[in-house]
Ligand binder design. Structure first.
Ligand code: ACO
Length: 322
């Protein structure tokens, strides 16, 4: 038997409030402009959660849509994973909060913390747990409220991020033609100072704000993303340009273009939602994936390469057949 983790359903949710680029200059008084943000990042707007809206609220709504899309109920799940760096509370995990809101008193739930690569780390974990036989049906959510950890006086970071959530339901199936084919994850803690949050329970007793040396991160991101996509495809015995779709972490349109050039991809193969969502960290890949499923571009049976790069540094790739 080929026990594979197949995608049973997908869904996403964005908070109602849309923040246009112009607001950073007009309302927040920053020395920036719509033109600078569009040219340097490709971002036009992003969604921000309401003051009383938490990561678990967004994640729960995305989860409900993914379950509905799969034709399943929470009773069918045996594990809930949440990839996030902006949990509601230091503990308990956002995953157990969502598990409770789904009405589950069975199974287990835990958070995965790998910043923007969290969803890829989640796919790697879910794949291993399903293939090993430890779990049969896993709900994997990427959910973030990065607006809560932005310094709105720092124009070099606060314009880049947004809030949102995306979710997939993965289930065991004896089907060699569908599901996750291969995953690769990597990390290297040597570059912590280029991208981090300057607070935490044990270091400062505060939540902290995001700090990033964007230019330096950019260079690492392009090299490491292109490298891990090649590794993932090679280990799976697949030729990179022959993959139908590339769904990258949505940090900056210029990173997407640079990686696509390095890998000789056609622009139409690359799903980009960075203009509308900005960087939603662990939520960005499932948000982009769901958008391309909903607008009819991605069809059942298509091959897809997911990839992400983020704080840690962490990075990862996942090849699958939808
Ligand atoms: N508006 C106007 N000017 C700005 C802004 C802004 N919002 N932000 C920065 N600038 C200025 C800088 O101060 C600098 O001015 P100076 O030349 O007078 O010093 C100038 O613009 C150029 O700054 P750079 O940092 O060189 O700009 P760059 O073209 O590299 O773009 C950016 C910056 C968008 C941050 C880019 O480097 C980037 O996207 N980096 C990668 C981000 C990423 O992938 N992060 C990983 C995932 S995130 C995670 O894991 C949480």
């Amino acid at each position: 038997m080929t026990r594979r983790a197949v995608i049973a359903g997908i869904g996403s949710h964005l908070p109602e409030r849309i923040v246009e680029n112009a607001e950073f200059a007009d309302r927040m008084g920053l020395e920036t402009s719509d033109e600078w943000i569009r040219e340097r990042t490709g971002i036009k707007r992003r969604h921000f959660a309401a003051d009383d809206e938490t990561t678990s609220d967004l994640g729960f709504k995305a989860a409900r849509k993914a379950l509905e899309n799969a034709g399943l109920t929470p009773a069918d799940l045996d594990l809930v994973l949440v990839a996030t760096s902006t949990p509601d509370l230091t503990f308990p995990s956002t995953a157990t909060m969502i598990q409770h809101r789904l009405g589950m008193t069975h199974g287990a739930a835990f958070d995965v913390q790998a910043v923007c690569s969290g969803f890829l780390y989640g796919m790697h974990t879910a794949n291993a747990l399903i293939r090993s036989g430890a779990h049969d049906r896993i709900l994997l959510i990427g959910a973030e409220t990065f607006s809560r950890i932005l310094d709105f006086e720092d124009r070099s970071t606060c314009v880049l991020f947004g809030d949102g959530a995306g979710a997939v339901v993965l289930e065991a199936a004896d089907d060699p033609d569908r599901g996750i084919i291969h995953t690769v994850i990597r990390s290297n803690g040597a570059h912590k100072d280029m991208l981090y949050v300057d607070g935490g329970p044990s270091a400062t007793g505060t939540v902290g704000k995001l700090r990033m040396l964007g230019n330096a991160v950019f260079k690492h991101a392009v090299t490491d993303i292109a490298g891990i996509i090649r590794t993932c495809a090679e280990e799976a015995g697949q030729d990179v340009p022959s993959i139908d779709w590339f769904i990258p972490h949505q940090a900056n349109q210029r990173i997407l273009v640079a990686v696509a050039r390095k890998l000789k991809l056609r622009p139409e193969q690359v799903v980009s939602t960075v203009a509308e969502h900005a960087n939603t960290s662990a939520a960005s890949v499932p948000l982009a994936w769901d958008a391309a499923v909903r607008d009819g571009r991605i069809q059942r049976g298509d091959s897809i390469m997911l990839e992400a790069f983020g704080g840690g540094f962490t990075w990862g790739a996942c090849l699958l057949r939808y």
